[in-house]
Design a protein around this ligand. Structure first.
Ligand code: PXG
Length: 405
């Protein structure tokens, strides 16, 4: 007999492009840190949609903001003003310390927005000759899936079959500030970096790396652009991951949790002289900055402050990471991360990360592997210590069931 779950997955595989390999669970409801499948089973969500659901599922304040605004005015395009956009951007600027913002929807769009701004800034402000601007990125980066972005990925699978790619990008070793300085030329417009590499496997760079990069960029008149789509908005224990190094970047990219786990909302924030390169007609998005997104995102930023989500991530992340290390499993090679962005690296000779995720799922904990060896623990930031203990108990059982407890 085919179960309802199997039937739904089969239907999806018939109609949906097979560009993902999801765990075999069909979710129908979420509340806080929990999600439920169509059979009524409850799971702890330790992935939170790759950090997009930092506020928890269906946060009541965000549901209210969404429904109230949906009943009033949802979409106007940027052909007209709305009363929702400015308060949202003012709040985002106040919280991040950057003076101006350009709203988009998905992370990749906001990254493209940053890249275009950096190039135009190089020509108009820095004085680089036409079409010569270079942007430096890092090996192991993940910034999205557009052709320009995958073109500078170091991951073969992201690129294979999608060329030709945009020129003008150079990649240097992540965590090596000297490599950055060596790669800079008079044509360098910007250095684009994730303060912690998320999709690359939760890679934390050496202490002080970002501060050194910021100093190097300043000295060479190169823009430091931080992609905090995954690590920003409290996830690592500070509002911005760059704040751990006391760095205010020249350009900042936010997404994921910016939409409060409700909508796709992203933005590029920047220094005034950088944002000034955008003039009417240069760039845009039909949905970017729409009143519905702006109302939800503004409330989301307020919730981050009111519930001190960054403080929770700092405190609970430290606890969680210490407990994971104390598991002392021979299957675990390393536990790394910051705040509630944690990667547990498993020994591939002993177990596949996917197997760990499948077994966790059977015990009511959802996570997802990255790069075959790393299991990600990045729960909603509203998680409690007791719920973390539940996840740890499930992981202990899984390790025991695999003979590595
Ligand atoms: N920058 C960073 C640092 C990211 O983690 C993006 C940009 C792109 O965001 P959008 O909204 O365009 O996906 C990300 C996304 C996936 C996947 O399913 C994406 C991410 C992490 C894990 C899986 O493609 N991060």
């Amino acid at each position: 007999m085919v179960t309802k779950t199997e039937a739904i997955i089969e239907q999806e595989s018939r109609y949906c492009a097979q560009n993902y390999h999801p765990l075999p669970v069909v979710l129908v409801k979420g509340e806080g840190v929990y999600v439920w499948d169509e059979g009524g089973n409850r799971y702890l969500d330790m992935m939170s949609a790759y950090s997009a659901v930092s506020h928890g599922h269906s946060h009541p304040r965000l549901v209210r903001a969404l429904t109230e605004q949906a009943q009033r005015l949802a979409i106007v395009s940027r052909a007209f003003h709305s009363d929702r956009l400015a308060p949202f951007l003012e709040k985002a600027c106040a919280m991040t310390g950057l003076p101006m913002a350009l709203p988009m929807n998905t992370g990749a769009e906001a990254v493209e927005t940053a890249l275009k701004a950096a190039r135009k800034w190089a020509y108009e402000v820095k004085g680089v000759a036409d079409n010569r601007a270079e942007i430096i990125v890092c090996d192991g980066n993940f910034h999205g899936r557009t052709i320009a972005i995958v073109g500078f990925s170091s991951e073969e699978q992201y690129k294979r079959g999608f060329g030709p790619f945009a020129p003008g990008f150079k990649s240097v070793s992540f965590g090596d500030a000297d490599a950055l300085e060596a790669a800079i030329t008079p044509n360098t417009a910007a250095f684009l970096v994730e303060p912690i590499q998320g999709e690359g496997g939760i890679i934390v760079p050496p202490e002080g790396y970002l501060a050194r990069c910021a100093e190097i960029c300043r000295r060479h008149n190169v823009l430091l652009i931080c992609d905090e789509i995954q690590v920003g908005l409290g996830r690592t224990g500070r509002l911005l991951a760059s704040a751990h190094d006391d760095v205010v970047p020249d350009g900042l990219i936010l997404g994921k949790a910016l939409g409060g786990g409700m909508l796709a909302v992203s933005m590029f924030l920047a220094r005034r002289d950088v944002m000034a390169v955008y003039r009417p007609g240069d760039h845009g998005s039909t949905f970017g900055g729409n009143p519905l997104s702006a109302a939800v995102a503004l409330e989301g930023l307020q919730v981050i402050e009111d519930e001190d989500l960054a403080g929770r991530a700092a405190e609970l992340g430290e606890y969680f990471m210490a407990q994971l290390r104390a598991l002392n499993s021979p299957m675990i090679v390393e536990v790394r991360g910051r705040g509630l962005l944690i990667g547990v690296e498993f020994d591939p000779a002993k177990v596949a990360a996917r197997t760990v995720c499948e077994r966790l799922m059977q015990r009511g904990v959802l996570s997802k592997e990255t790069h075959e060896t790393v299991v990600r623990f990045a729960p909603p930031l509203v998680i409690t210590r007791a719920q973390i203990d539940d996840a740890l108990a499930a992981l202990r059982e899984v390790l025991q069931s695999l003979g590595g407890g």
